[in-house]
Ligand binder design. Structure first.
Ligand code: UN1
Length: 509
């Protein structure tokens, strides 16, 4: 969470102050202003003071990245890959420390923050290997004694604007492919997780990324983020966050024809058919709906259920949701941690009010109180039954622990309900029928489809991203990520010693 800039008293002096990382140096912001980051499970716990960067700091970082690009682009890609590998190894060595710091700063439980760090390690190692691939094509020329090939080229400086819910994995998803391909980066993390970003960049510096290849500017989005996006010297913008901000970024970047990769909202659904294994479906739904306290782009917020199994499924979901233990994510007995900040609690609470009109509240619905929860941003896992596909809570992204159960008569109605949303990130189906499973793989209009599993848990070597308003057609992770951070150069070498004309010579008269 983030609060206003100034602090006083012993607490303020006890908490460390962190800096920006520009051109290989840890430096103060130009304005000297700072902001705080606090633990959302206990807001008395002040993590530190962070530099409130602004446009001047963004400009310094862009300049450093531009200078570094000239050398980094010419560093052999396998050598670049070795530095990524060293970084992945350092993350693995420091996994527990990073995971604990992440839980402290953004709240999700330790098992999940360990997973977040692991996702960063996985993409670092995957992209380290790309240093020895970065494949292009060689292909025959239509003319004799002529060679044709295509190679990937870096674009320049990439602005990496990242959210707080995966505060290490997502920056790594973006920075690793950008860097292995020869780009340099400026990271602007969410102001809810500046400490996570700082820890990551510390390890990047230690791994051996040369000065200026990786830069960190913390501070408000409208100042740092906008300056990065608007700069003529930024060639790529990669953003994960809400759809409204994504659209604003795209429109600023469009003025300069910049490449923009957007990973935005979701309203992910799980279809449960009458023949499903209901216990397995219950496990998948609860994990997808209440893991990360519902704060994932891939979180399941709609369960679309065939009529005959609505009651038995609801009974299981209610019983299991009521048993979930809320608390600090650092406590191993906790199932569900706090929301990220007070604004998130207010937003979830206001959607629950809307939900009370649309559906029937089965469980939850309130801010969670009780021993140990007094100083945190807790909200009860909440389930609504009898929700209709076009109701507000079945349409808008809530980004919290709120699940809507939508009854449908049959599979065709389930497909219609699932696809009737402006988003298209992740979806799932629980069925024992192989034919229906294959129909779902074809029919579900999302970038990711799961069969007999929940909507979360994407692996880093497959493309990650969604259709419709979830993004603008790019994919992260997998080798697809390289398409965002490279452009193609086609090269023709004529060794015939004479002028040969494509499309003209070698054609019938
Ligand atoms: C996100 O919520 O923005 O599949 C990313 C998953 C994770 C990534 C989520 N591997 O849920």
């Amino acid at each position: 969470m983030t609060t206003a800039t100034s602090t006083s008293g012993a607490e303020a002096t006890a908490a460390p102050t962190f800096r920006l990382f520009i051109g290989g140096e840890w430096v103060d912001s130009t304005s000297g202003r700072t902001f705080e980051s606090r633990n959302p499970a206990d807001t008395r716990d002040l993590i530190g003071h962070f530099q409130a960067g602004d446009a001047a700091d963004a400009a310094r970082a862009i300049r450093a990245a531009e200078v570094a690009f000239q050398t980094w682009r010419r560093t052999p890609a396998p050598k670049r890959g070795e530095i990524l590998y060293a970084f992945g190894a350092l993350m693995a060595e420091h996994k527990e420390r990073l995971a604990r710091a992440m839980t402290r700063e953004m709240g999700k439980v330790l098992a999940e923050t360990r997973g977040d760090v692991q996702e960063g390690i996985d993409i670092a190692f995957l992209m380290a290997g790309e240093g020895r691939r970065l494949f292009g094509d060689t292909t025959p020329s239509e003319l004799p004694d002529k060679w044709a090939m295509s190679v990937r080229e870096p674009l320049g400086m990439a602005a990496i604007v990242t959210p707080w819910n995966f505060p290490m994995a997502i920056p790594c998803w973006k920075m690793m492919p950008a860097l292995v391909a020869g780009n340099t980066v400026v990271l602007k993390p969410s102001s809810d997780t500046p400490h996570c970003a700082t820890l990551l960049v510390e390890l990047m510096a230690e791994a051996g990324f040369p000065p200026g290849t990786v830069n960190l500017v913390t501070g408000p989005g409208p100042e740092v983020g906008d300056a990065l996006v608007a700069s003529p010297d930024t060639q790529i913008v990669s953003f994960t966050g809400n759809t409204q901000t994504g659209k604003r970024i795209a429109s600023i970047a469009a003025r300069r024809l910049k490449r923009v990769s957007l990973e935005l909202g979701g309203k992910n659904g799980i279809v449960v058919l009458a023949d499903a294994d209901l216990d397995l479906a219950t496990d998948g739904i609860l994990w997808s709906a209440f893991g990360t306290t519902g704060q994932r782009c891939t979180a399941c917020s709609r369960v679309i259920v065939e009529a005959p199994v609505v009651e038995p499924l609801l009974e299981r979901l209610e019983r299991r949701a009521r048993a979930l233990r809320l608390g600090s994510g650092l406590d191993v007995t906790t199932d569900v941690g706090p929301l990220v900040n007070g604004g998130a609690v207010d937003k979830v609470a206001s959607y629950v009010e809307v939900g009370r009109r649309d559906g029937e509240l089965v469980t939850g619905g309130s801010r969670a109180t009780g021993p140990g929860l007094e100083h945190g941003y807790y909200f009860e896992p909440t389930i609504f039954a009898g929700v209709k596909p076009m109701d507000v809570i079945a349409q808008e992204e809530i980004f919290g622990p709120v699940l809507s159960v939508v009854p449908v008569p049959d599979y065709p109605a389930a497909v219609t309900a699932l696809n009737q949303t402006r988003y298209g990130l992740s979806s799932a189906i629980f069925t024992r029928d192989a034919n229906t499973a294959f129909r779902a793989m074809r029919d579900f209009e999302t970038g990711i489809v799961y069969v007999n599993a929940g909507t979360i848990g994407a692996e880093t070597h497959l493309p990650f991203g969604g259709t419709k308003d979830t993004g603008n057609g790019h994919r992260e992770a997998g080798h697809a990520a390289l398409d965002t951070y490279t452009e193609w150069k086609s090269i023709y070498v004529d060794f015939s010693g004479r002028l040969q004309r494509a499309q003209i010579d070698n054609q019938p008269d």
